[in-house]
Ligand binder design. Structure first.
Ligand SMILES: *Cc1c(COP(=O)(O)O)cnc(C)c1O
Length: 229
């Protein structure tokens, strides 16, 4: 089942790219495996998936130990500073950096482990109070400040858009994040590339791709509904 759904999502990604004249190789599918067992991840792996996303450090570490080491692990969830030390060297990209203090800790741990860590800055343009992430102005100042820290590289922005019935409702947010990323790129800040845009989930990844996403984070669409009970 995982294999078929993965295939279907991949086909839909290609179609979305074609609609707007993008090359599908520009879009990375991150299979969001949080709460799902290792066996299901293995199924996706056997079908060719190598990029997996988790939102809890402990869960990611447990899976990291049990699965092949050519998997790229993406940290997509809210991250506490005291957990950063476990992640460094084991994650390919931290999507959810939303404070200078967190960036500082990722930098300090990367220095300590003599490695580099790629990060995205989490933006919350919808301004929803229940979510993590920064406003437009906060994002720009965090990028400028964090860019000076050693051993971390700011690669772009990430957004968790609101849950909506009609994905078209999120198009304006995706457009706005893309614009923000272009604005920041035009500042030509050292150590900042803005080559990545992590946006779009099961309900809205096609619209996100049409608006410029380079990473889509799809969980339910690949692994089915999550059961938190
Ligand atoms: C769970 C999660 C996803 C995947 O959500 P689906 O709707 O299941 O595709 C994507 N991004 C983040 C940050 C998540 O926490």
């Amino acid at each position: 089942m995982v294999q078929e759904q993965l295939q279907e999502v991949t086909t839909r990604i290609k179609a979305a790219c074609e609609r707007v004249g993008r090359d599908p190789s520009e879009v990375t599918l991150v299979a969001v495996s949080k709460t799902k067992p290792v066996e299901m991840i293995r199924e996706a792996y056997d079908a060719g998936a190598r990029e997996f996303g988790e939102n809890k450090v402990q869960e990611m570490m447990e899976k990291y130990d049990k699965l092949p080491d050519d998997i790229h692990w993406h940290m997509i969830g809210h991250l506490q500073r005291n957990k950063v030390k476990y992640l460094i060297g084991k994650t390919c990209l931290i999507h959810s950096v939303d404070s200078y203090r967190l960036a500082q800790e990722i930098s300090a741990q990367s220095v300590k482990h003599e490695t580099d860590t790629d990060i995205l800055i989490e933006v919350n343009i919808a301004g929803e109070e229940t979510k993590f992430g920064l406003s437009r102005e906060e994002t720009i100042s965090l990028v400028e400040e964090a860019a000076k820290l050693p051993r971390i590289h700011i690669k772009g922005l990430m957004v968790v858009a609101p849950f909506v019935d009609d994905p078209e409702d999120n198009r304006p947010y995706f457009k706005e994040i893309k614009e923000l990323s272009v604005d920041i790129a035009s500042k030509k800040i050292d150590n900042v590339t803005m080559c990545m845009l992590s946006m779009g989930m099961t309900g809205d990844f096609e619209v996100a791709i049409e608006e410029g996403a380079t990473l889509v984070r799809v969980g339910t669409g690949i692994f089915g509904e999550r059961n938190y009970s």
